[in-house]
Write a protein that binds this ligand. Sequence first.
Ligand code: BG6
Length: 491
Amino acid sequence: MSDRPTVIAIFGVTGDLARRKLIPALFSNFIKGRLPDRLRIVGVGRREWTDATLFDHAHQALKNHAAAIYDERAWERFRPMLSYSKVNLPQPETYRNLKDDLDALDNGDSNRLYYLSIAPEFYHDVICNLGVLGMARENGRERANTAPSWRRIVIEKPFGYNMESAQSLNRVVHSVFNESQVYRIDHYLGKETAQNILFMRFANTIFEPIWNRSHISNVQVTVAETVDVGTRAGYYDSSGVMRDMVQNHLLQLLSLIAMEPPSAFDADALRNEKVKVLQAARAVRLEDTVRGQYDGYRCAAGVAPDSSTPTFAALKLFIDNWRWKDIPFYLRSGKAMRQKTTQVNIQFKRPPNSIFELTEAGDYSRNMLSICIQPDEGIHLTIEAKIPDQQIAKSVDMELHYENAFVSEDLPDAYERLILDAINGDAALFIRGDEIESAWKIVDSIIEGWECDPAAPAMQRYERGSWGPAAADDLLERDEHTWRLSCLHQS
Ligand code: BG6
């Protein structure tokens, strides 16, 4: 490891993400001995805090959000790595203070990670001001026998509000940073089981030969949440489920499922293949979409009383390439739903000919491979098996549960992986600029249709605690499919 110091500057250190995720993720990596030597963490915020205020804040964050790993002695060693620097984000003159604070830590000679965990309207200001002060410049003072220093920026979602704003943000980013310095986060890619999609597909030989339109009937991605809008109406009511969940998390899962095998597990190879999937998506027809809003959403604090923001969406999408042509990918996501579950269900085609008595349902069930992203992480394979003493088949599950298969390993939080990857310069699990734009293109045309096309499907109401509006079931029934769910907690 380089002897050069590493500095992480967390913009928005006083906010929710830093408290719940970033500080605990850094602490956990620290305990595991995975952080670089000579690391400093600078919390950046506009409040009149001192280092001591930040210590208290971080201490409390760890006790509340990392209770399982919290250790007083480790905290005592972690605390001196922290310091606070005040910046008023829209005011350029205050960045000088930040630069001085950072330079004082390392003589301007460190590796630096700028982590933007702030409201997106400030991205532009921060990036430009870092640029003006030359703080994105790498390799400032190269010393003999040392690796060049690096400067990286991590940018949280939402990255833009639509394709146009994402393009414009990309232009701003690229006016200061090279793409290789940019790490756009989608925390779903940091989830262990999302990463395991790649291992399952490309560390085994049995799946790839059947991973195509000849054997697969349809693919379903469900990301259901029980939480409602809560206190986030200010952001959510102007975004809705398409921007909040589909543009990023669902399309990323889809890309991992549908991509061609990359030639290597590195950022370029992986992202080249993922972006091809998004670029091959056929424009989604409005009649293949469903939008819904849960009962009571408009009464939530901060939501417009006549809000037409969807809290649920379902859609059918096709990938026009040789592997997937005409195979439907059904995606759905919603808030205030019955159970929290993220799962991908891949249904295979039925046997072409039957030599056994059929079930009462009149046909075999389709074999289904379910990738349970969360909770109860695992993989299920549903197959037809002979019912003892009868000549009839019944669907049974072969199940892998992470908690049983990996008893001594814990499941790290997604941010733990991602923050470490950014420090180590591995951008494989981060979104490239062209991927973001391709995903927006898919989502924009649906949102525009919903907002402007008189023929767009009407907003459906759905009950809290349901699986969404009935129209989402109709969407699949038209194709003689039904939403399938595996991986559920029985309740
Ligand atoms: C975020 C969305 O990106 O993901 C939230 O903004 C959503 O609305 C959250 O609740 C879901 O993440 P997870 O990891 O709880 O599934």
